[in-house]
Design a protein around this ligand. Structure first.
Ligand code: GCW
Length: 688
């Protein structure tokens, strides 16, 4: 009550015009079918169509479960035929779409498929109702498509309500209590379903004392969220503390091999399922950045993960066990150890020991969600383990939703990366369980969410595109990021509601298509990473982490810069890759420019493949990056009066801040390297 209605994001009423103007039959039973019906009914009430749930009279659109009884004659027999060999079946979440004789038909085996079919029609708009269309089965490529919320129940003294949250408060919690904003949570569920997300975790992986209670005393709070999201096919997961038996259960130990500890997890988990029968499972950050874990008991992470997996297995739940485990109390003087190595060193030896329902959740890169990193070698090292690759939609290191930074091209690069060489499986293939040599288990795509109680959900209205694109890539990692941006533009800014649709589209592409590379240009160079202000990770701080315990260094001196991660002379990280990448990264000649300083320490005079020296590359990219932001701002100003003024103003405000911050990055980075190296800019531009 009293909450302002949230921005419709990519589901404004206008996006439902094509469906809402039709005569629609929704056929079948179940909560999700009711959701489909209600969506269609709302659209029809607005746009003049009608919806029915029984077969009677002519219709333009049929949305039906295949086993839901006799269907109208208009449904082509091929669509209802049993799937032939080769598996034409839509399965749990897929749907079949066809159109003939003026009737569009969506058929599904299960209610979730019907819901995804409905939103597919929303994306197609009028195109779903034209001509004859051959039968096509659509299925998600990945089974679990998940968002992790780093939301705290109680306000954390440093991190606030949402850790690394840049969109205001939490949509779930406020000041230690559930917000109970049912309207917003339903709207969120709808957005999730429309992009194909089917799982979320509702609290931060850093689990504080209040948050720990969600598992037991405050389970009702979680059940309430589950109830609101269930009609949209979204299962709720919970981040739990490994020390729960001690913190919540009066036990003296959380040792994963202790019988009492096992009993505690089993009975606690049983109670969770008694309250939330479709509960998804646990997310665990253990032995990492101060969170408790099995190391305290001399056990390893397979022991830890299997303990929780055992408790969840009888109920069909999974444990997402994070591979983000490293020593955060390093000595910066010691150049032999390397944070990038940590996940592989801890987990590769454990491959084959994890229970069936453990999903090892690996950050996409070996360090920490940087705008440029190599793909994590852990993904290639765990053929007998189910994996989740973790992306960060929240823009912790990519401008914190003040900067326009469309991340889908970056995620696409990661997902398309072929860890075993150009002819072998990609990261997406590994997750999709595409067969390859040796055992393989498939997996999930997971990302840290970027929404909050901000009126535009994401702080930056254009950051909605990241959320949307993530969900769509999780459905099918092969989708093209530029095409996804088009989808998002069509839905969010329907042509009939904006001044000059072609200009709107062109401008959004001009601002967003290359914005991730622009961000890369004005921040840390050539894959070296960080250089962020340690207080909050926003804005430049070239030496901010250089003498800290966190393990993220660039080692710049008067002669050169970069981290030697070779096997020959460095930390040996390059050797964690299978060939050909172990050799490519090891070799100064072959290492791609954009990762040069991640793998090598080189003199400023080192000549890149691009033909530029390292120092001149630093100057050039930093000047260019800021010029690109100026161009983004100027392009955007031309949309004044053409779109919702509130959106236009918010983006204008953010672009001004992006320009200020990018300028600061340029000047600090360029000045820093000029002072270190003494090498002037070949083009004589102003360096301070
Ligand atoms: O990127 C870092 C963040 C931490 C976060 C951690 C993690 C939740 O700075 O805030 O903690 O990663 O992924 O666990």
């Amino acid at each position: 009550a009293g909450e302002p209605p949230p921005h419709p994001a990519w589901l404004p009423p206008e996006a439902f015009r094509a469906i809402g103007a039709r005569r629609v039959l929704v056929h079948g039973d179940g909560t999700l079918v009711d959701t489909v019906h209600d969506e269609v009914a709302r659209a029809c009430a607005r746009h003049g169509g009608r919806v029915q749930r029984t077969v009677a009279g002519p219709v333009d659109l049929v949305l039906a479960l295949r086993d839901s009884g006799p269907l109208p004659e208009a449904v082509p027999p091929a669509a209802t035929a049993a799937p032939g060999p080769g598996g034409g079946s839509p399965g749990d979440e897929g749907f079949l779409l066809t159109r003939s004789d003026g009737v569009t038909v969506v058929l599904a085996d299960a209610p979730a498929g019907l819901l995804y079919g409905l939103f597919h029609l929303v994306r197609l708009g009028e195109a779903a109702f034209t001509g004859e269309q051959p039968t096509r089965v659509h299925r998600p490529v990945l089974r679990r498509r998940m968002l992790d919320h780093w939301d705290n129940v109680a306000v954390h003294p440093v991190m606030g309500q949402v850790e690394r949250g840049y969109a205001g408060g939490s949509i779930f919690w406020r000041d230690g209590r559930p917000r109970g904003d049912r309207h917003r949570l339903r709207a969120y569920g709808r957005l999730l379903a429309s992009m194909g997300i089917n799982a979320i975790s509702v609290n931060n992986v850093n689990v504080g004392p209040t948050e720990a209670l969600l598992l037991t005393d405050r389970l009702d709070d979680v059940a309430e969220i589950a109830d609101l999201l269930r009609p949209y096919g979204v299962r709720v997961h919970l981040s739990v503390t490994f020390a729960a038996p001690v913190v919540l259960g009066d036990l003296s130990t959380a040792d994963p091999l202790d019988d009492g500890v096992r009993d505690w997890w089993e009975s606690t988990t049983r109670r969770v399922y008694a309250r939330i029968p479709d509960f998804g499972g646990y997310v665990v950050k253990a032995d990492s950045e101060g969170q408790p874990g099995p190391f305290s008991y001399g056990r390893d992470h397979a022991d830890g993960a299997n303990l929780l997996a055992g408790a969840l297995a009888p109920h069909g739940g999974v444990v997402h066990w994070r591979a983000f485990v490293y020593d955060h109390r390093r000595d910066w003087r010691d150049r032999t150890t390397d944070r990038a190595r940590a996940a592989y060193d801890h987990f590769a030896p454990l491959d084959g020991r994890f229970a069936e329902n453990v999903v090892l959740q690996v950050k996409f890169g070996p360090v920490d969600f940087q705008p440029r990193e190599p793909v994590s070698p852990v993904i290639a090292a765990m053929p007998a383990t189910r994996l989740a690759v973790e992306l960060q939609v929240t823009q912790e290191y990519t401008g914190q939703q003040w900067h326009a930074c469309y991340l889908a091209p970056w995620w696409h690069e990661v997902l398309a990366f072929r860890l075993w060489g150009p002819a072998e499986r990609s990261v997406a293939d590994v997750l999709a369980d595409v067969p390859g040599p040796g055992p393989h288990r498939g997996g999930d795509l997971v990302a840290v969410a970027n929404v909050g109680d901000d009126p535009f959900w994401c702080g930056h209205p254009l950051a909605q595109a990241n959320l949307y694109a993530f969900g769509r890539l999780a459905w099918d990692p092969r989708l093209d990021p530029v095409a996804l941006l088009d989808e998002w533009i069509d839905l969010t800014f329907p042509a009939s509601t904006v001044g000059d649709p072609a200009l709107v589209r062109e401008t959004l592409h001009a601002v967003l298509d290359d914005s991730w590379r622009t961000y890369e240009r004005y921040t840390a160079p050539l894959g070296v990473g960080f250089m962020v202000n340690p207080a909050g990770h926003y804005g430049p701080g070239v030496d901010g982490y250089e003498y800290s315990r966190w393990g993220t260094y660039h080692f710049a001196d008067r002669d050169g810069v970069g981290v030697d991660r070779t096997c020959a002379t460095g930390t040996g990280f390059a050797g964690q890759y299978p060939p050909p990448w172990s050799q490519v990264y090891e070799s100064l000649e072959q290492c791609p420019d954009e990762l040069l300083l991640f793998f090598h320490h080189v003199p400023y005079s080192h000549v890149l493949h691009s033909g530029s020296t390292v120092i001149q590359h630093i100057y050039d990219t930093h000047f260019a990056g800021v010029e690109e932001v100026v161009a983004m701002r100027d392009r955007w100003s031309r949309l004044a009066g053409m779109i919702d003024p509130a959106v236009h103003d918010r983006v204008t405000e953010r672009l001004a801040e992006q320009l200020r911050c990018a300028t600061e990055w340029r000047d600090q980075v360029n000045t820093y390297f000029f002072r270190k190296s003494g090498v002037p800019d070949a083009r004589g531009r102003r360096i301070h």
